[in-house]
Ligand binder design. Structure first.
Ligand SMILES: [Fe+2]
Length: 648
């Protein structure tokens, strides 16, 4: 409910501290005449917004590191003596390509900072690359890319051109996007380094953090793990399809928290215990544990895995996807997952809100611009090809039913699958943009290409006839705003009788959205102030007794992960918005900042009516007034207001 962007002086002085450990990598150091050749450098997502992971390949088994400094501290391109260094670890590649892999975790990054970095060692540095951090709290955008699958068109160079163009187009349109999230299948053939080199060629992958996802084309070798090191990764055998992390396949599940979003990324190649690993049951256990342990640190939960379970093209009826479509959805609904991002079917789709494996609300209309999650509603999105290397055409529903594993038709749109609100295949490249806001997620599918080159599958003969001339690069294929189900609302509506003839009752009037107090503003360096309005409360009293009633409320402490301040700093001025039922506003309550009292941390009256009042309805509201000491920590805080009614 509360957000503040002003910096607290004490927090601005922290220095960069390197925490990575150098572990022995064996082998002999390269001679001065034979320096290591450093390739495939990629910036990866870290465990949180103050970290990044840099991964690369080296031709020699030498001790290496990452050097990092604020770009403003570089003079004539030279790193200052104060530059931080992060020792790299890694080992010999498990692949016929040979060579070695290295990665280093960059920690202690500061917000709103442009950084420069390079990898290697004294005398043998890579070129200098740069990235920037932004505000560590509040709204942000991330981009999601379906299957680049470099090499799948049969022409690696063309696939690289399409992939590079999608990154360039999407980041030119969204230069402040903060994460690039993968839908899996980076390459066509797991250990083919020519394909990895083409995938890693775009410089954007050294400027924006890539959040890797493993696809079925990546899984067959160790190159995926060696090229794309990920944070908080559990490499237990149960997250490998064959149960063997020490073998020659890639796998593992991982999670990270980025600015109040908990991302959990699964190796969906492992789905059945008969393969040798833990299958879907292990993934559900992993998601459950991570959400139980870290869900309270975030406001959104986003799952990412490769194999789309609600997609409309070549893989829609695959037996393995039907298994996942039965295994996953109820757990995801029960865990309060907001959004699931998927790939594999090389087509765009957006599901209806799905609850426990069925359409949550039969009345949700195809292509609805706004959807309201209610408890258990989960949105599933499938990304089309980001590179244009391969597209799959939309297939027809069958008679196998409209829930669970079924692929039946949507009663509202019989050409479409029951689970999909939007399906699109034009044989043009696209990406998905997600705007994360305090009270909504806005999900869009945007064209990054047209029928024209670079469009490798089309260049190699696929007909591209579906794109009207008025759908240029940057135009919107589909857009939906997801309105969350607020836990606040659930609490607000507990222990309350429904208004009915001859009864007293109250309810939140309309959609009980998040009450945003916006960004607090500083006043004379003494306190931060913010204000807002309570969602209106409708009161109905049609009892013959004309007995008194009252509505009161109290607020919890405001929290953001481990940070907190007292709810007493919230005060209010109650109002009667719509008169009736004898309603009168209760007395104003000041913030404890003003009177050293208890504010709304204890139960306070909002409105009431006295004995003998007329029957009828009314609407109550309040102007909320938050004043907190200037010493409070920067954060994106929330609190819960609990409302109770009394009638006699
Ligand atoms: Fe795939």
């Amino acid at each position: 409910m509360y957000h503040r962007t002003s910096r607290v002086a004490a927090a601005a002085t922290a220095a960069l501290v390197g925490l990575a450990l150098a572990l022995g990598t064996g082998g002999s150091p390269a001679s001065a005449e034979d320096p290591a050749n450093l390739t495939g450098i990629i910036l990866g997502v870290g465990a949180n917004e103050s970290q990044r992971i840099v991964t690369w390949y080296s031709s020699a088994d030498t001790a290496q590191k990452v050097q990092l400094a604020p770009t403003a501290a570089l003079a004539n391109g030279e790193f200052p003596d104060s530059a931080a260094t992060f020792a790299a670890i890694g080992g010999a590649n498990i692949a016929t390509s040979g060579g070695y892999n290295r990665h280093a975790v960059l920690t202690g990054l500061q917000e709103h900072t442009a950084y420069s970095y390079r990898v290697g060692t004294e005398g043998n540095w890579s070129p200098v690359y740069s990235f920037k951090t932004q505000d560590f709290e509040g709204d942000y955008d991330f981009l999601f890319y379906g299957d680049p699958q470099i090499g799948s068109s049969g022409d690696v160079a063309k696939d690289q051109a399409g992939w590079t163009d999608t990154l360039d187009v999407s980041l030119a349109a969204n230069p402040n996007a903060e994460l690039l999230v993968s839908g899996g299948d980076q390459v066509e053939t797991a250990n083919t380094e020519a394909q990895w080199n083409a995938f890693l060629a775009p410089d954007k992958l050294r400027q924006y953090p890539w959040a890797a996802t493993i696809g079925n084309h990546d899984v067959g070798g160790k190159a995926y793990e060696q090229h794309l090191f990920t944070p908080n990764t559990d490499r237990s055998g149960r997250y490998y399809s064959n149960g063997n992390p020490a073998g020659t396949t890639s796998g593992g599940d991982y999670w990270y928290i980025y600015k109040d979003t908990l991302f959990i990324d699964l190796n969906s190649n492992s789905y059945a215990t008969t393969q040798g690993g833990g299958g879907d049951e292990a993934h559900i256990g992993y998601v459950t544990d991570v959400i139980n342990q870290h869900g309270a640190e975030a406001k959104w939960t986003v799952l990412v895995y490769h194999h789309a379970i609600y997609s409309p093209a070549a893989h829609a009826k695959d037996g393995d996807n039907k298994v996942r479509r039965v295994d996953f959805p109820t757990a995801f609904s029960n865990l309060g997952v907001d959004l699931v991002l998927q790939g594999h079917d090389h087509v765009y789709s957006r599901s209806y809100l799905i609850k426990n494996g069925a359409k949550a609300n039969p009345d949700e209309q195809p292509g609805a611009a706004d959807v309201f999650q209610g408890p258990g509603g989960v949105l599933y999105v499938t990304g089309n090809s980001a590179s244009g290397s391969k597209y799959y055409d939309i297939t027809k529903p069958d008679n196998s039913g409209t829930s669970g594993a079924g692929n039946g038709a949507d009663p509202l749109n019989p050409d479409s699958y029951w689970y999909n609100s939007a399906q699109n295949q034009e044989h043009v490249r696209s990406y998905v943009k997600v705007e994360v806001r305090s009270d909504k997620l806005v999900v869009q599918n945007l064209r990054s290409g047209t029928c024209a080159a670079p469009n490798p599958a089309v260049e190699r003969g696929l007909v591209c006839t579906n794109t009207p001339a008025n759908q240029p690069v940057g135009s919107i294929v589909d857009k939906v705003t997801v309105h969350p189900y607020n836990g606040d609302g659930q609490q607000l509506q507990v222990n309350v009788p429904n208004p009915a003839p001859g009864e007293f009752g109250w309810t939140i009037d309309g959609y009980n959205g998040l009450v945003s107090l916006g960004t607090a503003t500083e006043h004379n360096g003494e306190y931060f102030g913010a204000s807002g309005h309570l969602n209106p409360i409708a009161v109905s009293d049609t009892r013959r007794t004309q007995a008194p009633w009252s509505i009161s409320a109290s607020v919890s402490d405001f929290r953001d992960a481990g940070k907190t301040f007292s709810g007493s700093y919230l005060g209010w001025v109650p109002r009667v918005l719509v008169p009736g039922a004898g309603a009168q506003a209760s007395v104003p309550v000041p913030s404890s900042y003003d009177d050293q009292g208890q504010g709304l941390s204890v139960s306070r009256g909002l409105g009431y009516a006295e004995q003998g009042h007329p029957k009828g309805t009314s609407q109550l509201g309040a102007e909320l007034d938050l004043k907190i000491p200037g010493s409070a920590e920067k954060g994106d805080y929330r609190a819960t207001l609990t409302i109770t009614a009394l009638s006699s």
